[in-house]
Design a protein around this ligand. Structure first.
Ligand code: GAR
Length: 197
């Protein structure tokens, strides 16, 4: 069997998508290993999940900025990911915009999961945008990351109906169920292409 592809995961929150990636690896559905997990929030549960699983977990120093991802921080993250041997970077609920210092080190190798059918509802709280908009369908998207906000080439999508009695939380919960199977499948697809090259 070909070698496992090395993943780095960046997240800002609970890390349920990272958990889904770990579960897919354990189940033999994704030929990969997570070699580094990084978060911009020291208290983010994604770091605790990583540590519990015995994975290296590090806090990203964003220089005290709440939402900005300074160039120096991006360069430092890129260097750490490279040092760890990361081949594919997975954004899993990472809430800062990735720009050149990271993009240029991992061209076409940074993936993101977004809770809508892009190009619909980019940006924050996409599930709430869908409910507020009266949409009857939403879903989730895994895409390559480029310098825009949720604009890179789409890899896979899954549709989720918006039910008449949905609120933002109930829709997000159903979207997340789809995310958890979509993200490992999308990573597997990209990993196979990457190892063929
Ligand atoms: C997920 O629903 C993901 O799609 C979303 O944040 C959540 C993270 O959940 N990402 C974005 O909105 C990015 N624009 P998790 O921490 O449990 O994986």
């Amino acid at each position: 069997m070909a070698g496992k592809i090395k993943l780095g995961v960046l997240g800002s929150g609970s890390g349920s998508n990272m958990q889904a990636i770990m579960d897919a690896i354990d189940a033999g559905e994704l030929n990969a290993e997570i070699v580094l997990v990084m978060s911009d929030f020291p208290d983010a549960y994604i770091l605790e999940r990583a540590r519990k699983a015995g994975l290296p977990a590090e806090v990203i120093d964003c220089g005290g900025y709440k939402t900005k991802f300074p160039d120096e921080s991006q360069a430092a993250v890129a260097a750490k990911l490279k040092d760890a041997g990361v081949e594919i970077v997975c954004l899993a609920g990472f809430m800062r915009l990735v720009k050149q210092p990271l993009l240029e080190v991992f061209p076409d190798r940074i993936l993101n999961i977004h809770p809508s059918l892009l190009p619909a509802y980019p940006g924050l709280m996409a599930w709430k945008q869908a409910v507020d908009d009266g949409a009857t369908e939403s879903g989730c998207t895994v895409h390559h990351v480029d310098a825009g906000m949720d604009t890179g080439p789409i890899i896979l999508q899954a549709k989720v109906p918006v039910l008449p009695d949905d609120d933002a939380a109930s829709l997000h919960a159903r979207i997340q169920i789809q995310e958890h199977s979509l993200y490992p499948r999308a990573i597997s697809k990209i990993a196979k292409t990457a190892t063929e090259k």
